[in-house]
Design a protein around this ligand. Structure first.
Ligand SMILES: [Zn+2]
Length: 581
């Protein structure tokens, strides 16, 4: 193609230029007007004497930030921002602390994790198996005999000093009077004898599809079930669920826990075991104006076989973006067709179904999230998207490919040219050793190729995929982006694919807000954007890399309102989340 373009394209660019000029003139007027409004406005909150990382396009750092009506009014020097303060303004001395835009997890099963947060036993970040079993023992003491004790993932033996999983005997001994359910990622499950009995599990036929019972020397089931996401999801569905009140309470507590880690937004991927009924608790919090995290939620096909029809039906009342600034529908995903829930090759039938479904999503203008693991087969997806792009402007729809840790440069280039977003979670923080043993030390050094993708100009967004397969802690993820070192202390990724601190923070703020279709409203601390922010316990830019995972928020705001406060800001405490324990 000629570099200078055809006469027709020259005409088009001339027209475009005239358009831009008119727009620019209008823009100048408009911004002049805005500046007047801004200077006329007074701040109701001023954070000063700090290090404010605005994450604007120059990644500028400011001393102080002025907030009015839940939005950033301006940033600058302490003296200048204090001048904007109204008579009754809240003045917050940051004492030199670092402030970042509130973090957005670009792919998390947060609505699901929240439902059971008040009733499950959590092993996330527990340093030893001994301590983990102690949590089960404590639950056995406080819960009624016969009530379920559930550890639903988020841990791996690499985090334990003992470097091993619990045995059935240990788990049973810890809570002999309760059915106990301990899930490891999406591949292994331990059920105590009482749990096996309650679920009526005796042989492999009781753990379909894909499940296999481990047996001892006498051919008796040990309580361990080996399987996949589908197997474990089916078993989990049979475990009694918390009551609606417990779900609402758990959700409030989970979102507050997220706030304590600087999270102010999530892009929710639905997931296995998520049905329409499971959204009622988050809707209740939203309706009661008690949501403390901005939720952009996707909706999965609820069951195999009728994916397109089910999604068409469920979205009749859900146009793209439906909702408000606290909660909105962000399109179908991450499970669009159940055949793509696999590490293997997609079947021709699965591919045809996926193509039909994606074409429908494009025709409706939906954003989507779609998980895809092996690079070897992603051309199947890219071919489909390329084909649909001939008829619909897919590149404007922010379609996101999730996971794909071993993406090749060629496929990243294709993703870039199709306008796809790449969601990279910290799954390899937990599974790095396994991957290394599968692909080899040298090939693992480029996985995932974050720097390559950023160099190609792809929008790469951060997240965790919590809570079954990983922890929801964003600082653990940020640390792993930077050092490529697993929870077990093995550095699997080389420094050539280590993003800078700035790039990693952008992935977790403006890029994940882009995924949520809200980068024009949040993700940076620029005038006019929501005052969603976190004051940090340590300086993200200068803390030793291996200390970044320990950073917490000491003050979190969503829309200028305090949603979490810890020392030295406890006098600003937000109202309690959920019921007291
Ligand atoms: Zn996921």
């Amino acid at each position: 193609m000629s570099r200078f373009g055809s006469p027709a394209s020259k005409q088009r660019s001339a027209r475009r230029l005239a358009c831009y000029k008119a727009l620019a003139a209008f823009g100048a007027l408009y911004f002049a007007a805005l500046t007047d409004v801004a200077s006329a406005q007074t701040a109701d909150t001023v954070l000063f004497n700090g290090k404010i990382l605005t994450v604007d396009k120059d990644f500028s750092t400011q001393q102080a930030l002025a907030i009015a009506h839940g939005q950033v009014l301006a940033s600058g020097s302490t003296a200048a921002m204090k001048k904007l303060a109204g008579d009754k303004a809240k003045l917050i001395d940051l004492g030199g602390r670092t402030v970042i835009p509130g973090l957005t997890d670009g792919h998390i099963h947060g609505i699901r994790a929240a439902l059971t947060f008040g009733t499950e036993v959590n092993w996330i970040g527990v340093p030893s198996l001994k301590a983990a079993l102690e949590k089960i023992r404590q639950a056995g003491k406080t819960q009624k005999p016969g009530s379920w004790i559930i550890v639903a993932g988020g841990w791996t033996e690499e985090q334990f000093a003992e470097k091993r999983r619990p045995t059935p005997t240990e788990v049973t001994a810890a809570a002999p009077d309760n059915p106990v359910y301990v899930q490891h990622l999406y591949d292994w499950l331990l059920l105590s004898p009482k749990a096996m009995e309650a679920l009526n599990i005796h042989d492999d036929a009781d753990v379909t599809p894909g499940g296999k019972l481990e047996r001892d020397g006498d051919n008796r089931p040990t309580g361990v079930v080996n399987g996949n996401g589908n197997t474990l999801g089916k078993i989990f569905d049979k475990v009694p669920r918390p009551t609606f009140d417990q779900q609402v309470d758990g959700s409030a507590k989970f979102f507050r826990e997220m706030n304590s880690l600087g999270i102010t937004g999530i892009v929710d991927g639905g997931g296995v075991s998520m049905y329409p009924a499971n959204y009622q608790a988050v809707f209740k919090l939203w309706h009661d104006k008690k949501l403390t995290v901005r939720v952009a939620y996707h909706l999965c096909a609820p069951k195999p076989g009728s994916e397109l029809a089910d999604l068409q039906n469920l979205t009749q009342l859900l146009p793209q973006g439906f909702g408000d600034e606290m909660l909105h529908f962000n399109g179908p995903g991450e499970i669009l067709i159940w055949a793509d829930w696999t590490d293997g090759d997609i079947t021709p039938d699965g591919k045809a179904k996926l193509a039909e479904l994606l074409r429908w999503a494009a025709s409706k203008g939906y954003s989507i999230q779609l998980h895809w693991n092996p690079d070897r087969t992603v051309h199947d997806l890219l071919d489909i998207v390329e084909d649909i792009s001939k008829d619909y402007p897919v590149r404007d729809l922010r379609w996101t490919v999730l996971h794909l840790y071993n993406a090749s440069e060629d496929n990243l280039k294709r993703m870039k040219s199709l306008g796809l977003v790449w969601g990279v979670q910290d799954g390899l923080y937990f599974g790095g050793e396994k991957l290394q043993s599968e692909v080899g030390v040298e090939p693992a050094r480029r996985l995932p190729p974050i720097v390559t993708a950023l160099k190609l100009g792809l929008t790469v967004a951060g997240g965790t995929d919590a809570h079954r397969v990983s922890s929801y802690n964003p600082f653990v993820a940020l640390q792993w982006y930077l050092d490529g070192t697993t929870i077990g202390g093995v550095k699997t990724r080389g420094d050539a694919e280590a993003p800078s601190r700035r790039q990693a923070l952008e992935m977790y703020t403006r890029n994940s807000a882009f995924m949520a279709n809200e980068d024009d409203r949040r993700g940076t601390l620029e005038p006019g954007k929501f005052a969603d922010l976190a004051v940090l316990s340590a300086d993200y830019l200068t803390a030793p890399v291996n200390e970044i995972g320990k950073i917490r928020s000491v003050l979190t705001m969503v829309g200028g309102k305090v949603v979490y406060a810890d020392a030295p800001f406890t006098n600003m405490t937000a109202p309690p989340a959920g019921k007291s324990p």
